[in-house]
Design a protein around this ligand. Structure first.
Ligand SMILES: NC(=O)c1ccc[n+]([C@@H]2O[C@H](COP(=O)([O-])OP(=O)(O)OC[C@H]3O[C@@H](n4cnc5c(N)ncnc54)[C@H](OP(=O)(O)O)[C@@H]3O)[C@@H](O)[C@H]2O)c1
Length: 292
């Protein structure tokens, strides 16, 4: 295994490349000229033998694991599926990395925290997930830490991008058919653009600085403030009303305040990740161009 040896082109395997983040990882890691990417679309990570065989055959320096059961509400009623993909699947990817002697990047979530801290979460804060999704994603982290000693656990939040349904596109679609909307104003987080996250991951893996990283766009807002910003940027006319979590009950409990501090990222001397408003502006502008 040669992650420490950066003389040769680094070989990265992306698992989950058909997903929203995975697509951008493929595009962005692929254009970094010192990174050669391989993507697999057909692998079911819940199949241990196939996962080990596939990773061993490709023999990558680094595996980026962006596959997951990401239906937060659906995980409450389908706990077995969430567990199978997010825990067993991640265990399988970790075993495969161990056998192929590859380092692993695992994408995790702010939902590993309970949101009770009242200020931003550092990488060393104790997780205490509230939902089935958060619990299974956190157990994925535990599997990796038990099996591997060369990994980057990347916790991120509130993702949006071009290759999957997300809060921004949901809001813009709702604005086409509604005059007014109610959006939760008492859950705070950091909306994060998958393009910025993929660029950060490309930067992170250039060196063997293994560990846990919080990586989000900077700044924070409530879902209501986020929606307000989206409609302002898109020029959509809509009567937006703030509501509480209690007024908008959902199957999965969410943390009230899950802002992540990109602390290890900063400690590594890496460049601050731009504010979410700036990233959102670019995204909405590009969405409009694509629609034309
Ligand atoms: N979206 C967010 O707001 C958010 C926030 C924080 C962290 N994350 C994490 O970021 C990562 C990427 O999220 P995303 O939003 O890009 O998710 P996504 O668009 O749902 O992509 C996940 C991909 O994983 C695939 N997958 C599901 N089960 C699989 C299996 N058994 N074997 C192989 N692939 C499987 C899915 O395929 P199918 O569609 O065919 O099932 C999907 O293409 C995930 O680890 C997620 O937990 C996401």
């Amino acid at each position: 295994m040669n992650t420490e040896n950066r003389d040769d082109k680094m070989k990265v395997l992306i698992i989950g490349a058909e997903g929203m983040l995975g697509h951008d990882l493929e595009d962005i890691l692929g254009v970094e000229n010192e990174i050669s990417t391989t993507t697999i679309y057909t692998l079911d990570i819940t199949d241990l033998d196939k996962t080990v065989k596939t990773v061993k055959k490709i023999n990558p320096d680094v595996v980026v694991h962006a596959a997951a059961f990401t239906d937060v509400n659906g995980s409450e009623s389908n706990q077995d599926m969430a567990y199978k993909v997010n825990v067993i699947g991640t265990r399988n990817v970790a075993v495969a990395c161990s056998k192929a002697d590859s380092a692993l990047v695992y994408i995790c979530t702010d939902y590993v925290f309970d949101g009770e801290k009242g200020s931003s979460y550092y990488e060393y804060d104790q997780p205490n997930p509230l939902s089935v999704y958060g619990k299974t994603k956190y157990l994925g982290e535990v599997c990796i830490r038990d099996i591997l000693n060369r990994f980057y656990i990347v916790r991120t939040a509130w993702l949006y991008g071009f290759h999957g349904p997300n809060f921004v596109t949901t809001m813009l679609n709702l604005a086409k058919t509604n005059d007014s909307l109610s959006v939760v104003d008492d859950q705070i987080g950091s909306p994060t653009y998958t393009v910025d996250l993929a660029k950060a991951i490309a930067e992170l893996i250039k060196k063997p600085r293994y560990g846990i990283y919080h990586i989000t766009n900077s700044g924070s807002c409530s879902w209501y403030e986020y929606a307000d910003e989206i409609f302002n940027l898109a020029g959509a006319q809509i009567d937006l009303k703030p509501v509480t979590t209690e007024e908008y009950p959902q199957p999965a409990p969410r943390p009230k305040y899950s802002v992540l501090e990109n602390y290890n990222w900063k400690m590594e001397g890496l460049e601050d990740i731009r504010n979410y408003k700036e990233a959102l502006k670019e995204y909405i502008k590009l969405l409009k161009v694509k629609e034309e």
